[in-house]
Design a protein. Sequence first.
Length: 255
Amino acid sequence: MAIESKLLDTAPSDQNIVDLFQGEWSSSMPAERGLVAEPGHAHLFTDHRIHWAEGLIGPFAGLDVLELGPLEGAHATLLESLGARAIVSIEANPRAFLKCLCVKEMFGLSRTRFKLGSFLPYLETCPRFDAIIACGVLYHMTEPLRLLDLICARTDRVFLWTHVFDADSLAGRGDRALFWPPMPLGDTPYRGVRRLYPDVAKSWQGFSGGAETYAIWLERESLLAYFRDRGFTVSVAFDEPNHANGPALALCARR
């Protein structure tokens, strides 16, 4: 949906800003703001996963944080409220990036820089960060190990939330035909599966998935082993084998 170019005749308001992308919002706005963002199914501005991560790889106060795939800026808003010194958030989806700018304006973010582009080439040359957050991006990658290699070269504190492949959990799912058989990833000891994007997801204007028709989901144990093999202490929470969109977990890794 294109943003309408007609002039508004209502008084300036944050709701006017939200309405630019009405019907495309994944995040629900904080209740105290009284803003309606549809469908707004995810409570990302008060995300318990970020508070959990703060206890394991934080506190975030005074840290320089790199966020991969900010979606709509909710986590950056939360990180600023927790005292992060500076946040760089890299978003490749142009419409998601514009929503991040809307949130930056509405919430007065002053220590966050949203950048438009791919975080893969950025990670190849960027400086080190105190912590890297990648919530909802790993399972959209066609080369997930490449992303993990780049992350581990730039920080010793990582928070991920991602879908993973678990054969037992997926056996009874109606979308199991979207998953190919597990396979080794290159010459590594880690395994993953090719997972196709359903057409209904790709057709939504607010779709925030990868650029290809598929992504590689790491097997659960391969993901944990990857970090342990590199000297990280790994903690797992929000482990949801029956998540609506596929098995999912949150992971903190620190070394």
